[in-house]
Write a protein that binds this ligand. Structure first.
Ligand code: ATP
Length: 865
């Protein structure tokens, strides 16, 4: 069987890669972490669902949720494809020659093991060699053997933590328990007999007590009947007795009350006499009250009379005063009328007066304004302006002449510049240089002189013009002032005329105004009389008469009241107010007393009736009591006897229940003990069976031990492995003729130890430790292949993951030779390495590179570029 291809999707660092193994020696090469070992992990997972990274889910590429591995393997007859998924499930499929032979993870693994003829443990310890583990086979051989022969399960059976040991432990503890139970059985039996004896004795005692209980019950019945009868009579007797006491008490109380009441009729007569005697005093009280009221009223009338007399005298005075000031009042009224008539003229006078003041002020203001305005001689200024005008005109004429001369000079100068035929532009004669220079100089001088002349003239014109402008402005201003002056003078004349008119009118109004003012003064003087008269205006003769009438009426009433007072006083005589109130008090008390006596008399009547009834019922109760014929002594005797019987009965009953309780308790204990005995009997019954089982298990443990079956199994397969080893080893060109393999079970601890030795031509024995590095690697690989071959017919491939790791240069070279030699035994070798040297022995190279977080695969055949 050889490995053809593996397809990895989302497996560790492989996003999606397909790797073919087309050579004999296939070298997977790349840097650390490039994804090399991941390919081997893929192969192992496809074959056995085995993860080298703790758990299967760790094989899924981070950031994805599932991984896929498709492995293609083949032999001469068939092509097998294994499809696996992680997380695993029903989707795993095994195809043989394109037909699905098994489905589901477990089924696929089972079928594959059959095809490969090798289970996972054998494969992983022989033809798949993990990083740097080639020689580990020497150290682990015993374990490898146990592992591949499945002996470790046997060991587990016999270990002190194993199932045989634990069953034995269980049996031992059961036997120990049986021993203890046998002892307990005897103890229980003795105590059971004791209990049964006690039960019989108590039963006898119970019978006696039951007899006694019957007797006492009879007695109890008899005495209860007697006692109930007497109790009924006693209840009746007691109730009658209580009733009698109640009635007698009531009778006593009534008699006491009647005695306390005394001779009520006589008392009543006395009080009634007293009341009759005092009857007149109430009338005297009324008279006294009337006297008090009238006296008070009389005081008030007298005070009203006094007030009226004062008022009348004041009215008479006021009337007198009114008479005195009546002329002033009338004059005041007259003046008021006159003032009212003159009112408008006075107003007119005052208005004119204030108008006069305003006009006077205005005239003053106008005069001040006129004084402030300056008046110039305008003709003089105009004359100066005219002169300036003439001067400017002369200057302009002069400037015109100078300008013409300047133009002339300029023309001459321009004529010289444009000269072409060398003729004088003025005289048109031939022009020599000297003549030309002289003429030019003259023309230039003239030009400069005229220029200056024009400039001076411009300055003079401008000065004269500005002087003229100044005078013109002044003239304008003076003209404006003159106009204003004329206007104000005109206004002033107007105002003065109006003021004159006003003064004349005021003169006309002055007489009335003076008259008005005099009236005003008089009005002021009379005003107080007028106001005083106004306060008295309602006081009249009629008013005085009505008051006098009122005074008359009051005087009459006063006389009437005085008469009535005298009358009452005569009636009352010497009786004082104190006397009256004392007697009234006495009368009220007597009336209250009479009321109380009447109530008592009513009560006395009811008492007398009750007395009669009570006496009758007392006689009746007494006769009932004597009929009952009850004896307290007899009752007490029966009561005591009954109590004694009840006590005795109670004692017997409690004793019976005590014995019954004890009997119940004992019978429970008897039952428990009997159950215990049956239980112990059942336990003891298994003793012989358990002892036999113990012997058999001890034997089984020995047989399954390393010295027994384990040793047998290993020695059976050992010969086959040893033969294979001696067949394979020579292919590595070793200098040994034979290699032996021994498994000894040590006496101490029963552990099997593997011993490998090599023998040379001379029959000398070499232990593994004595061999060279290359020899060790060769024998280790040979041993791995020998084991593999002893379990399967042909070994199709071998996988070596980083075999050179930790090896020095020499050993690395030796290893490469060994690998080359291995090809004779294994047709396909897959080597994982980061060591370029290994490329030397590879005929197919699979290069791995990590790009980002993804592994990329590049396959190549060395020498084919
Ligand atoms: N679940 C995962 N998803 C993605 N990448 C992972 C996962 N688990 C491990 N890796 C990364 O995959 C890369 C490949 O690991 P692998 O063991 O195949 O490397 P290698 O080429 O054999 O390296 P070395 O020579 O160091 O043994 C590593 O960088 C590792 O960190």
């Amino acid at each position: 069987m050889r490995i053809d291809n593996i397809y990895l999707k989302n497996f560790l660092s492989h996003t999606e890669n397909s790797v073919s193994f087309k050579g004999k020696v296939n070298v997977i090469i790349g840097h650390n972490g490039a994804g090399k070992t991941s390919i081997i992990d893929g192969i192992v997972y496809a074959l056995y669902r085995e993860s080298n990274r703790a758990k299967a889910n760790n094989l899924i590429k981070l950031g994805t949720s599932s991984a896929t591995i498709n492995l293609t393997i083949s032999n001469d007859n068939s092509k097998i494809i294994v499809k696996r998924n992680i997380p695993s499930g029903t989707s795993d499929i095994l195809y043989i020659n394109n037909s699905a032979t098994a489905r589901g993870a477990e089924k696929v693994t089972e079928e594959l093991e059959k095809i490969m003829q090798m289970d996972r443990d054998v494969m992983l310890s022989t033809i798949i060699v993990r990083q740097g583990e080639i020689e580990d086979i020497f150290r682990n051989l015993t374990n490898v053997m146990k592992n591949i022969m499945k002996i470790e399960n046997m060991e587990k059976l016999t270990e002190s933590t194993g199932p045989i040991f634990s069953v034995l432990k269980d049996i031992n503890s059961k036997l120990e328990y049986i021993e203890k139970s046998e002892k307990e059985y005897n103890d229980v039996k003795i105590s059971l007999t004791d209990l049964k004896n006690k039960y019989v004795a108590l039963n006898e005692e119970l019978k006696d007590l039951n007899e006694k209980e019957k007797e006492i019950n009879e007695k109890e019945k008899e005495i209860n009947e007697k006692y109930d009868k007497l109790t009924m009579i006693q209840t009746k007797y007691n109730s009658l007795k209580n009733m009698l006491i109640d009635k007698e008490n009531n009778l006593k109380k009534i008699l006491q009350e009647l005695e306390k009441m005394g001779d009520l009729e006589k008392n009543k007569q006395d009080v009634e006499n007293k009341i009759n005697k005092l009857a007149g005093i109430e009338q005297a009280r009324n008279l006294f009250d009337e006297l008090k009221r009238i006296t008070k009223e009389l005081d008030m009338e007298n005070s009203d009379k006094n007030k009226l007399e004062i008022e009348i005298s004041s009215i008479e005075k006021s009337l007198q005063r009114k008479e005195q000031i009546s002329n002033e009042y009338l004059r005041y009224v007259e003046i008021e009328q006159l003032l009212e008539d003159l009112e408008n003229e006075e107003k007119d006078y005052n208005n004119k007066l204030s108008e006069k003041k305003i006009r006077e002020k205005r005239i003053n203001d106008l005069r001040e304004k006129l004084n402030r305005i300056k008046i110039e001689n305008l003709d003089e200024i105009q004359k100066n302006i005219d002169e300036l005008d003439k001067r400017i005109s002369d200057l302009r004429t002069q400037k015109g002449q100078s300008q013409a001369e300047l133009n002339e000079a300029e023309k001459i100068l321009t004529g010289f510049k444009d000269i072409k035929d060398n003729k004088c532009p003025l005289c048109k004669r031939p022009l020599d240089e000297e003549h030309r220079t002289k003429l030019m100089q003259e023309a230039n001088e003239k030009y400069a002189e005229k220029k200056k002349e024009i400039k001076d003239l411009d300055k003079k014109i401008s000065e004269a013009q500005s002087e003229k402008d100044n005078l013109t402005r002044k003239l304008d201003n003076y003209r404006k002032n003159q106009t204003i002056y004329n206007q104000i003078s005109h206004d002033l004349n107007d105002e003065e005329e109006k003021l004159k008119e006003l003064e004349e009118k005021l003169k006309e109004l002055e007489e009335k105004h003076n008259y008005y003012q005099n009236l005003k003064l008089e009005e002021k003087r009379l005003k107080q009389f007028y106001e005083e008269y106004m306060t008295l205006r309602n006081i009249t003769e009629d008013y005085l008469n009505s008051k006098k009438q009122q005074l008359n009426n009051i005087s009459k009433i006063i006389i009437e009241k005085k008469n009535r007072i005298d009358e009452i006083k005569t009636k009352l005589g010497n009786l004082t107010e104190q006397d009256i109130s004392d007697k009234l008090k006495e009368l009220n008390e007597a009336k209250n007393e009479l009321q109380k006596i009447n109530i008592q008399i009513g009560k006395k009547k009811t008492y007398m009736e009750n007395l009669q009834n009570l006496q009758e019922s007392i006689d009746q109760i007494k006769s009932d009591i004597s009929k009952i014929n009850f004896s307290e002594e007899e009752y007490q005797e029966v009561k005591q006897e009954r109590e004694n019987i009840l006590k005795e009965q109670k004692d017997i009953i409690s004793k019976i229940s005590e014995i019954k309780g004890k009997l119940e308790q004992i019978s429970i204990s008897i039952k428990e003990k009997e159950n215990k005995l049956t239980e112990i009997e059942n336990t003891i019954k298994d003793k012989t069976k358990l002892e036999n089982a113990k012997k058999k298990l001890q034997k089984l443990r020995e047989d399954l031990g390393e010295k027994g079956l384990q040793n047998y199994i290993i020695s059976a397969v050992k010969t086959k492995i040893e033969n294979n080893l001696n067949e394979i080893a020579p292919m590595f060109n070793l200098a040994f003729t034979r290699i032996s393999l021994n498994f000894d079970a040590s006496t101490r601890g029963q552990k099997i130890k593997a011993n490998i030795s090599a023998y040379d031509n001379y029959g000398r024995e070499f232990s593994i430790d004595m061999l060279s590095g290359g020899e060790k690697i060769s024998i280790a690989l040979a041993l791995r292949l020998a084991i593999a071959k002893s379990l399967m017919d042909t070994v199709g491939f071998m996988i070596l993951d980083e075999p050179t790791i930790h090896l020095d240069d020499e050993r690395r070279k030796e290893l490469m030779n060994v690998i080359r030699s291995s090809l004779d035994m294994v047709p396909q070798i897959i080597i994982v390495t980061h060591d370029d040297e290994i490329l030397e022995i590879g005929d197919y190279v699979i290069r791995l590179e990590k790009r980002g977080s993804e592994s990329k695969v590049f396959e190549e055949v060395p020498g084919n570029d």
